[in-house]
Ligand binder design. Structure first.
Ligand code: AMP
Length: 394
């Protein structure tokens, strides 16, 4: 991958515009998890250490473009950054016309998604962003799969565009694990819907030695084998697709295991009582909310036999204690296994936190959609831009 890296560039006295991912969870106007902010600190400190004037930008949530909305203001992020860096980080409300920043200073531009044209990657907007800087640094892996003005467009017009250490580190780790993995390579794909992950399931069937599905996705596979799934979340339209994947796995001498037991409830709620059933004994009025203990133990065995484990998505409704058992068993099996393990995706990160298994996972990717697209072998648009700019610079 021939892109420039921030650490190799002379930034002394330069205006350095860094696209970070400060899309942090908030409640009552305060940051509730500053993980993403903390993750970005080494990049900012490195740029400051090289004598740069640092301009940060990020999105937060999904505001309506062109409309200022207080709940999506980055003000709480500026406050958190000021505390962590031990210096004032000013939030600049109107920044597209130009900003004042001296070497050693850090400013934060207000939410990029307030600007009309951000999502459509408007060229005029991208050019205005690029005009703010001498060097553009793309450091937000979680948004690298989106071609938007602040992630991709800006890089074409900035005098220099390079990858920041967070983004480069993430790409290096994923590449290492996917290009020459320790075999057998196991992928566990959970979550709610087959439809959002169909192409990733197809690719993984090709690339891995074993695929395990969980969550609402597994429900569709259970229905595809002819079992009753009652009121469970599943996608009748994707039963054909699930059957085709199962057939393909068999043709390749493998399988996609179907849960042998499941945990069911009569309603989708935190206090619903849980019953374990064999997979062929689900009632018409029941919902499957987790894999059962036998199935979870089988999956743990498969995990212990793997050389590399890729994990995306919970295998049950882990947010409800009564239905968290399957995801806990899978998470703890990955934690204890000797395999090189990579986990990614918003809910997966929440599960890793909940079960306190981060210490046993080799690499935790910050990107949800970007992680899945990388695993699928797609070129991430922001990375393609960096590679194109890298070629013209060298
Ligand atoms: P996704 O965003 O597709 O990765 O899905 C994550 C969500 O799927 C989590 O919030 C889980 O609670 C949910 N989920 C997992 N298993 C099930 C299930 N059996 N039924 C309904 N939702 C589920």
């Amino acid at each position: 991958m021939a892109y420039l890296r921030m650490q190799d560039l002379d930034l002394d006295g330069r205006r350095v515009l860094i696209r970070e991912d400060f899309n942090v969870p908030m409640a009552d106007g305060a940051v509730t998890s500053d993980k993403r902010i903390v993750a970005a600190l080494p990049t900012i400190q490195q740029a400051l250490g090289k004598g740069a004037a640092v301009i940060l930008m990020s999105h937060l949530g999904r505001p309506v473009e062109g409309e200022y909305d207080e709940q999506y203001s980055l003000a709480p992020v500026a406050a958190s950054l000021s505390t962590h860096l031990g210096q004032k980080v000013q939030l600049v409300q109107d920044w597209l016309g130009g900003v004042e920043v001296k070497p050693g200073e850090v400013i934060l531009c207000q939410n990029v998604r307030f600007n009309p044209g951000e999502k459509a990657n408007d060229e005029a907007l991208a050019r205005r962003m690029a005009a703010l800087c001498d060097v553009f640094v793309m450091d937000a892996f979680g948004t690298a799969h989106r071609a938007q003005a602040s992630t991709e467009g800006v890089g074409h017009y900035a005098p220099i565009a390079c990858a920041g250490p967070l983004l480069a580190g993430e790409l290096d780790a994923l590449k290492l694990a996917l290009e020459d993995p320790q075999r057998p390579l196991l992928a566990i794909v959970g979550g709610s819907k087959v439809s959002t992950k169909l192409s990733v399931l197809e690719t993984l069937l090709d690339r891995t030695d074993q695929l395990i599905v969980g969550g609402g996705i597994a429900n569709t596979f259970i229905a595809a084998t002819g079992h009753e799934v009652g009121q469970s979340l599943y996608e009748p339209d994707l039963i054909d697709a699930a059957q085709r994947l199962v057939r393909l796995a068999h043709e390749r001498g493998g399988n996609i295991p179907i849960p042998v037991d499941v945990v069911v409830a009569k309603s989708f709620s935190a206090d619903a009582s849980a019953s374990v059933r064999p997979v062929d004994a689900v009632g018409e009025d029941e919902l499957i909310l987790d894999i059962g203990p036998l199935t979870a133990a089988n999956y743990a065995e498969i995990i212990w036999g793997a050389g590399t484990v890729l994990w995306n998505g919970p295998v049950g409704v882990f947010e409800f204690e009564n239905f968290a058992g399957g995801t806990r068993t899978v998470a703890e099996a990955i934690e204890k296994s000797r395999a090189f393990s990579i986990a990614g995706g918003g809910d997966t990160l929440a599960a890793i936190d909940q079960f306190d298994v981060a210490g046993g996972i080799s690499y935790i990717s910050t990107g949800g959609g970007a992680f899945l697209e990388f695993v699928e072998g797609k070129t991430l648009p922001a990375v393609a831009m960096l590679e194109q700019r890298g070629r013209t610079e060298n």
